[in-house]
Design a protein around this ligand. Structure first.
Ligand code: DC
Length: 335
């Protein structure tokens, strides 16, 4: 059994408006969840106390929901609550990931579900941003775009060609002939270099440092930022990086900046790399992380920096679950 939620508003309290709003809401819920009428077991409505003209459940019966049980109730009057609002819950006999539907004025209740949504998560290496971004994207059923992977793929190519990551002119020429793509398989981002899946190869320490160096070059950044903006313009996504809130998407709906102490960040990277069987020296790793922060924070174009309107979260003493909850709470407060 799955529960699908929905809400909408009416412009004025009349029988016609209630019937129109209920039928529109149920149609949208059915089509977005590919529902058949017989799969709906129960349908429960509530409406705000300023709605008196008609029962939403009766409107649903008239809209063709004849074989499920129906119920309507009135909500208490809540100060500052959305006026003229009808909410519903459909209990459905189907094994699906429910797509909740919020229409008209009720969209404001769930900006995470209605319309396109871009969430920017920036921060230094090891701050937890990629794990949090991935979790959030999963929970909200939207895409996770790891922008660091793009700079890493570019750095991998530079290293493979034996070029100096500081040589901007050579890298620009190289990038002109390289096809860099991100694709999604089962919700997981795969980074492709000329069609070759390099998702694992780009995670080495050598590539980490080189990616920070190639990302200093304005021509490299502008090329990749254009791709990032194009993806974010088409669909809802959580993007993580260094400059998402300040440069890539200054108008993102939600912005977060995650930090943690260098020790904690180095420890996280150490655990991550050793779990993959890589040999790493903790002290060297910490030095590299500090050097990379320095390079990312001092470059001329779009350096690593907290956007003025980003929510700052120090994750040093927090579990991933706690950070995800803090991010969701901050989003809810902003809505
Ligand atoms: O997030 P990461 O460690 O995978 O990023 C690798 C490098 O790429 C990082 O040190 C700087 C660069 N980068 C960037 O400049 N801007 C981004 N939006 C993402 C990454």
């Amino acid at each position: 059994m799955v529960v699908i939620r929905g809400a909408t508003t009416i412009p004025c309290d009349t029988k016609e408006e209630i019937r129109r709003a209920v039928s529109e809401l149920l149609e949208q819920i059915e089509s977005r969840n590919s529902l058949k009428r017989e799969e709906v077991v129960s349908l429960v409505f509530s409406s705000t106390s300023d709605i008196h003209s008609y029962y939403p459940a009766k409107a649903a019966r008239e809209a063709g929901f004849v074989s499920c049980s129906l119920f309507s109730a009135q909500e208490p009057d809540i100060d500052g609550g959305l006026p003229l609002c009808i909410r519903c819950m459909l209990f459905v006999e189907k094994n699906i990931m429910p797509s909740h539907v919020y229409l008209r004025g009720a969209r404001g209740l769930r900006r995470d579900l209605s319309g396109k949504l871009n969430i920017a998560i920036d921060g230094p290496a090891g701050s937890g941003k990629s794990t949090v971004a991935r979790r959030l994207a999963e929970d909200l059923h939207i895409l996770y775009l790891d922008t660091g992977a793009m700079y890493r793929a570019c750095a991998l190519k530079v290293l493979e060609e034996g070029l100096d990551p500081n040589d901007e002119a050579a890298i620009v020429a190289l990038m002109r002939d390289v096809k860099l793509d991100v694709v999604y398989e089962g919700g997981v981002q795969r980074t492709l270099l000329d069609g070759r899946d390099v998702s694992a190869e780009i995670r080495t320490n050598e590539v980490s440092m080189a990616s920070s160096t190639v990302s200093k070059h304005a021509s490299v950044r502008l090329h990749l930022v254009e791709k990032q903006r194009e993806i974010a313009g088409r669909m809802s996504c959580v993007l993580d990086g260094r400059d998402i809130g300040t440069f890539v998407l200054p108008d993102a709906d939600f912005k977060f900046f995650l930090t943690a102490s260098p020790d904690v960040r180095a420890r996280r990277r150490y655990d991550e790399l050793t779990a993959k069987g890589m040999q790493v020296n903790f002290e060297r790793l910490k030095e590299e992380i500090i050097r990379r922060d320095e390079q990312d924070m001092t470059r001329a174009l779009a350096p690593l920096r907290q956007a003025e309107d980003a929510v700052l979260i120090d994750t040093s003493d927090m579990t991933i679950e706690e950070v995800v909850q803090a991010v969701k709470r901050a989003m809810q407060e902003k809505i």
